[in-house]
Ligand binder design. Sequence first.
Ligand code: KIV
Ligand code: NA
Length: 263
Amino acid sequence: KIRRTTVPQIASRKGGEPIVSLTSYHAHTAAIVDKYADFILVGDSLGMVMHGMESTIGVPLDLMIMHGKAVVRGTEKALIVVDMPFGTYEESPGVAFRNAAKIMKETQCGAIKLEGGKRMAETIHFLVERGIPVMAHIGLTPQSSHVMGGFKTQGKDKAGWDTIIEDAIAVAEAGAFCVVVEGVVEELADKITEACPIPTIGIGASAKCDGQILVLEDMLGLNEWTPKFVKVYGNLGPAIENAVKTYAEEVKDRSFPGPDNTY
Ligand code: KIV
Ligand code: NA
Protein backbone atom coordinates (compact mmCIF):
# COMPACT_ATOMS: atom_id res chain seq x y z
CA LYS A 1 0.00 0.00 0.00
CA ILE A 2 1.25 3.47 -0.91
CA ARG A 3 2.11 5.62 2.08
CA ARG A 4 0.44 8.99 2.21
CA THR A 5 2.32 12.26 1.99
CA THR A 6 3.11 13.34 5.56
CA VAL A 7 2.84 16.69 7.29
CA PRO A 8 6.66 16.99 7.70
CA GLN A 9 7.07 16.24 3.98
CA ILE A 10 4.80 19.19 3.14
CA ALA A 11 6.56 21.42 5.69
CA SER A 12 9.95 20.54 4.17
CA ARG A 13 8.93 21.92 0.77
CA LYS A 14 9.56 25.55 1.84
CA GLY A 15 11.39 27.17 -1.07
CA GLY A 16 11.49 23.82 -2.89
CA GLU A 17 9.41 22.10 -5.54
CA PRO A 18 5.98 23.83 -5.60
CA ILE A 19 3.29 22.04 -3.58
CA VAL A 20 0.33 20.93 -5.71
CA SER A 21 -3.08 20.94 -4.08
CA LEU A 22 -6.77 21.10 -4.95
CA THR A 23 -10.00 20.81 -3.05
CA SER A 24 -12.19 17.75 -3.36
CA TYR A 25 -15.37 16.78 -1.57
CA HIS A 26 -16.12 13.27 -2.71
CA ALA A 27 -14.53 9.91 -3.36
CA HIS A 28 -14.68 9.93 -7.14
CA THR A 29 -12.99 13.26 -7.90
CA ALA A 30 -10.61 12.77 -4.98
CA ALA A 31 -9.34 9.53 -6.55
CA ILE A 32 -8.39 11.48 -9.68
CA VAL A 33 -6.82 14.39 -7.80
CA ASP A 34 -4.92 11.89 -5.63
CA LYS A 35 -2.74 10.96 -8.60
CA TYR A 36 -1.28 14.46 -8.89
CA ALA A 37 -1.75 16.42 -5.64
CA ASP A 38 0.51 16.50 -2.58
CA PHE A 39 -2.48 17.30 -0.41
CA ILE A 40 -6.23 17.45 -0.92
CA LEU A 41 -8.31 19.95 1.01
CA VAL A 42 -11.86 19.10 1.96
CA GLY A 43 -12.70 22.80 2.07
CA ASP A 44 -15.74 24.32 3.71
CA SER A 45 -16.28 25.89 0.28
CA LEU A 46 -18.28 22.67 -0.20
CA GLY A 47 -21.20 24.50 1.43
CA MET A 48 -21.33 26.86 -1.53
CA VAL A 49 -20.02 24.58 -4.28
CA MET A 50 -21.88 21.34 -3.42
CA HIS A 51 -24.79 22.49 -1.31
CA GLY A 52 -25.82 25.81 -2.82
CA MET A 53 -25.22 27.91 0.30
CA GLU A 54 -24.53 31.65 -0.06
CA SER A 55 -21.46 31.57 2.16
CA THR A 56 -19.49 29.09 4.26
CA ILE A 57 -20.99 30.37 7.53
CA GLY A 58 -23.75 27.75 7.64
CA VAL A 59 -21.59 24.67 7.07
CA PRO A 60 -22.11 22.13 9.89
CA LEU A 61 -19.28 20.07 11.40
CA ASP A 62 -21.05 16.81 10.50
CA LEU A 63 -21.13 17.79 6.82
CA MET A 64 -17.35 18.36 6.84
CA ILE A 65 -16.92 14.96 8.49
CA MET A 66 -19.16 13.22 5.95
CA HIS A 67 -17.26 14.66 2.98
CA GLY A 68 -13.93 14.14 4.76
CA LYS A 69 -14.68 10.42 5.14
CA ALA A 70 -15.55 10.12 1.45
CA VAL A 71 -12.30 11.77 0.37
CA VAL A 72 -10.16 9.66 2.71
CA ARG A 73 -11.85 6.49 1.40
CA GLY A 74 -11.30 7.52 -2.22
CA THR A 75 -7.57 8.23 -1.88
CA GLU A 76 -4.35 6.54 -0.82
CA LYS A 77 -1.48 8.89 -1.59
CA ALA A 78 -2.24 12.53 -0.79
CA LEU A 79 -2.36 14.09 2.66
CA ILE A 80 -6.02 14.84 3.41
CA VAL A 81 -6.76 18.12 5.16
CA VAL A 82 -10.26 18.93 6.43
CA ASP A 83 -11.48 22.50 7.06
CA MET A 84 -12.89 23.37 10.47
CA PRO A 85 -16.19 25.16 9.79
CA PHE A 86 -17.23 28.51 11.26
CA GLY A 87 -18.11 28.36 14.95
CA THR A 88 -16.26 25.14 15.77
CA TYR A 89 -12.86 26.51 16.85
CA GLU A 90 -12.82 30.29 17.44
CA GLU A 91 -14.15 30.31 21.01
CA SER A 92 -11.25 28.64 22.79
CA PRO A 93 -8.38 26.21 22.33
CA GLY A 94 -10.40 23.59 24.23
CA VAL A 95 -13.41 23.84 21.92
CA ALA A 96 -11.08 23.77 18.92
CA PHE A 97 -9.31 20.66 20.21
CA ARG A 98 -12.57 18.80 20.86
CA ASN A 99 -13.89 19.49 17.35
CA ALA A 100 -10.56 18.96 15.58
CA ALA A 101 -10.14 15.63 17.36
CA LYS A 102 -13.66 14.63 16.32
CA ILE A 103 -12.83 15.44 12.70
CA MET A 104 -9.58 13.46 12.83
CA LYS A 105 -11.05 10.44 14.64
CA GLU A 106 -14.10 10.14 12.43
CA THR A 107 -12.52 10.93 9.04
CA GLN A 108 -8.99 9.60 9.62
CA CYS A 109 -7.68 12.70 7.81
CA GLY A 110 -4.10 13.80 8.40
CA ALA A 111 -4.57 17.45 9.34
CA ILE A 112 -7.14 20.20 9.82
CA LYS A 113 -7.26 23.79 8.54
CA LEU A 114 -8.61 26.84 10.31
CA GLU A 115 -8.87 30.52 9.39
CA GLY A 116 -7.10 33.35 11.18
CA GLY A 117 -3.59 34.65 11.85
CA LYS A 118 -2.32 36.12 15.09
CA ARG A 119 -5.69 35.73 16.80
CA MET A 120 -5.58 31.94 16.30
CA ALA A 121 -1.91 31.47 17.29
CA GLU A 122 -2.66 30.28 20.83
CA THR A 123 -5.17 27.73 19.49
CA ILE A 124 -2.81 26.49 16.78
CA HIS A 125 -0.11 25.92 19.41
CA PHE A 126 -2.60 24.10 21.67
CA LEU A 127 -3.67 21.74 18.88
CA VAL A 128 -0.20 21.00 17.50
CA GLU A 129 1.15 20.26 21.01
CA ARG A 130 -1.62 17.69 21.37
CA GLY A 131 -1.09 15.88 18.08
CA ILE A 132 -3.26 17.76 15.62
CA PRO A 133 -1.39 19.17 12.60
CA VAL A 134 -2.74 22.58 11.62
CA MET A 135 -2.79 24.31 8.25
CA ALA A 136 -3.46 28.01 8.75
CA HIS A 137 -5.34 30.35 6.38
CA ILE A 138 -4.74 34.10 6.20
CA GLY A 139 -5.46 37.09 3.96
CA LEU A 140 -9.00 36.81 2.64
CA THR A 141 -10.68 34.52 5.15
CA PRO A 142 -14.18 33.72 3.84
CA GLN A 143 -15.60 32.85 7.28
CA SER A 144 -15.03 36.53 8.24
CA SER A 145 -16.70 37.89 5.10
CA HIS A 146 -19.45 39.56 7.11
CA VAL A 147 -16.85 41.56 9.04
CA MET A 148 -14.82 42.36 5.93
CA GLY A 149 -17.93 43.38 3.94
CA GLY A 150 -17.66 40.64 1.36
CA PHE A 151 -14.94 38.67 -0.38
CA LYS A 152 -12.37 41.44 -0.72
CA THR A 153 -8.80 41.25 -2.01
CA GLN A 154 -6.49 42.08 0.87
CA GLY A 155 -3.46 44.38 0.82
CA LYS A 156 -4.65 46.86 -1.79
CA ASP A 157 -3.68 49.50 0.77
CA LYS A 158 -0.04 49.04 1.80
CA ALA A 159 -0.93 50.27 5.28
CA GLY A 160 -2.40 46.84 6.02
CA TRP A 161 0.59 44.81 4.83
CA ASP A 162 2.46 44.53 8.13
CA THR A 163 -0.56 43.06 9.92
CA ILE A 164 -0.90 40.29 7.32
CA ILE A 165 2.85 39.54 7.31
CA GLU A 166 2.70 39.36 11.12
CA ASP A 167 -0.23 36.91 10.81
CA ALA A 168 1.90 34.62 8.63
CA ILE A 169 4.83 34.70 11.05
CA ALA A 170 2.53 34.18 14.05
CA VAL A 171 0.91 31.01 12.67
CA ALA A 172 4.35 29.64 11.73
CA GLU A 173 5.71 30.33 15.22
CA ALA A 174 2.60 28.71 16.72
CA GLY A 175 3.43 25.49 14.87
CA ALA A 176 1.29 25.49 11.73
CA PHE A 177 2.93 23.30 9.06
CA CYS A 178 1.87 25.51 6.17
CA VAL A 179 -0.41 28.46 5.50
CA VAL A 180 -2.98 29.19 2.83
CA VAL A 181 -2.60 32.78 1.61
CA GLU A 182 -5.85 33.76 -0.07
CA GLY A 183 -6.86 36.85 -2.03
CA VAL A 184 -3.90 39.15 -1.44
CA VAL A 185 -2.14 41.38 -3.97
CA GLU A 186 0.82 39.66 -5.62
CA GLU A 187 3.55 41.87 -4.15
CA LEU A 188 2.26 41.26 -0.62
CA ALA A 189 2.01 37.51 -1.26
CA ASP A 190 5.69 37.55 -2.27
CA LYS A 191 6.66 39.43 0.90
CA ILE A 192 4.69 36.91 3.00
CA THR A 193 6.40 33.97 1.28
CA GLU A 194 9.81 35.59 1.93
CA ALA A 195 9.10 36.41 5.57
CA CYS A 196 7.30 33.21 6.57
CA PRO A 197 9.38 30.13 7.47
CA ILE A 198 6.64 27.62 6.52
CA PRO A 199 5.30 26.93 3.01
CA THR A 200 2.72 29.37 1.70
CA ILE A 201 -0.10 27.94 -0.42
CA GLY A 202 -1.47 30.61 -2.72
CA ILE A 203 -4.99 31.10 -4.03
CA GLY A 204 -5.49 34.44 -5.72
CA ALA A 205 -1.97 35.28 -4.52
CA SER A 206 1.30 34.72 -6.45
CA ALA A 207 3.20 32.14 -8.50
CA LYS A 208 6.08 32.61 -6.06
CA CYS A 209 4.11 31.00 -3.22
CA ASP A 210 5.52 27.64 -2.13
CA GLY A 211 2.41 25.93 -3.52
CA GLN A 212 -0.97 26.59 -5.12
CA ILE A 213 -4.53 25.54 -4.42
CA LEU A 214 -7.76 25.98 -6.38
CA VAL A 215 -11.31 24.81 -5.85
CA LEU A 216 -11.62 21.81 -8.18
CA GLU A 217 -15.09 22.69 -9.48
CA ASP A 218 -13.86 26.21 -10.35
CA MET A 219 -10.87 25.02 -12.38
CA LEU A 220 -13.02 22.37 -14.09
CA GLY A 221 -15.37 25.00 -15.49
CA LEU A 222 -18.46 23.91 -13.59
CA ASN A 223 -19.43 27.49 -12.77
CA GLU A 224 -20.78 30.00 -15.23
CA TRP A 225 -18.66 32.72 -13.66
CA THR A 226 -15.29 32.50 -11.92
CA PRO A 227 -13.11 35.23 -10.43
CA LYS A 228 -9.91 36.34 -12.21
CA PHE A 229 -7.61 34.23 -10.01
CA VAL A 230 -9.21 31.00 -11.23
CA LYS A 231 -7.73 29.51 -14.36
CA VAL A 232 -10.30 27.24 -16.01
CA TYR A 233 -8.42 24.10 -17.08
CA GLY A 234 -11.45 22.02 -18.07
CA ASN A 235 -14.86 22.66 -19.56
CA LEU A 236 -17.03 20.25 -17.59
CA GLY A 237 -20.13 22.46 -17.31
CA PRO A 238 -20.92 22.39 -21.06
CA ALA A 239 -19.82 18.72 -21.28
CA ILE A 240 -22.30 17.71 -18.57
CA GLU A 241 -25.07 19.80 -20.08
CA ASN A 242 -24.50 18.24 -23.48
CA ALA A 243 -24.68 14.72 -22.03
CA VAL A 244 -27.86 15.46 -20.08
CA LYS A 245 -29.50 17.13 -23.08
CA THR A 246 -28.69 14.20 -25.39
CA TYR A 247 -30.01 11.73 -22.81
CA ALA A 248 -33.26 13.69 -22.47
CA GLU A 249 -33.72 13.71 -26.26
CA GLU A 250 -33.02 9.98 -26.55
CA VAL A 251 -35.46 9.09 -23.76
CA LYS A 252 -38.16 11.10 -25.48
CA ASP A 253 -37.60 9.59 -28.94
CA ARG A 254 -37.14 6.09 -27.42
CA SER A 255 -33.65 5.62 -28.91
CA PHE A 256 -32.42 5.01 -25.33
CA PRO A 257 -32.17 2.27 -24.14
CA GLY A 258 -30.96 0.86 -27.48
CA PRO A 259 -30.04 -2.73 -28.41
CA ASP A 260 -26.70 -2.41 -26.54
CA ASN A 261 -28.39 -1.35 -23.34
CA THR A 262 -31.05 -4.02 -22.92
CA TYR A 263 -30.96 -7.70 -21.81
O1 KIV B 1 -12.74 26.02 1.53
C1 KIV B 1 -11.86 26.05 0.66
O2 KIV B 1 -12.01 25.52 -0.46
C2 KIV B 1 -10.59 26.74 0.97
C3 KIV B 1 -9.58 26.89 -0.11
C4 KIV B 1 -10.08 27.78 -1.18
C5 KIV B 1 -8.27 27.32 0.40
O3 KIV B 1 -10.42 27.13 2.10
NA1 NA C 1 -12.21 27.05 3.48
